[in-house]
Design a protein. Sequence first.
Length: 275
Amino acid sequence: MCKITALPVGCQHAGDYFSVGFGNVWFIGGNTVFRTKVISVFVFTSLLPISPFAQTQIASASKPAELHAMRQPPAASPAADTRPVAAERNPRYTINRDDILSISFPLSPEFNQIKVTVQPDGYITLLGTEAIHVQGLTVPETIDAIKKAYSKILHQPIVDVDLIDFQRPYFVALGQVGKPGQYDLRYDMTLTEAIAVAGGFATTAKTQVILYHRGNGGWVEAKEIKVKDVLQGKNVEEDLSMRPGDMIFVPEKMITKIRKYVPYSIGTGFSYPIN
């Protein structure tokens, strides 16, 4: 005998019936109601067996962990980390174009090269083996690269590399300074000292300057510094140490920009007779 009915959730007594509903399956016996999540069509009967489709859904619902995993969206691939990398405390010098190296082999002097110039493409030519790319490498990394290149003809070669001529550390001063240009960074120097080397502030200079510093991975850090406060003894920790490749930009005063468009006769104290 079939009976069509709707069994609300939380029913306490409904005889010996069961129902398969959309999103739920209720098993009722006596005073107990069990509910399980499924997807089906409303069918209520006490005589017919459960359909194979409902059996499959009930079996799937009995594995909550697997069902939860199936419903989870696919994990997204981690995005590339584009954050700037912290600078090294004592970075090693990296070889640049036009640097001159001296390569020596203590146990195989026939391969010695007194002067080897780094070519514009970053390669150096070696005796008896192929050219290798050394631009951007430190001296220890260059030694490893040369050893690898000669490992085809020498057994565990011993190599020494010295820098004979190289790119001197420098900084650049631009804007409203006495002598804009590029200057050698021969010793430890602070920002205010670098401005003094570049001729000091011009009369049109704004004392709030911008320091550009090149970091690792091609990043450039820009920092605005109030040099006037530093010179007056305030925020002296902002008098940063200069690093090779740093650039100082000294902007122009606002009043100087406005004065360009003001007639020179205004405020000069000169008068012209009117005929």
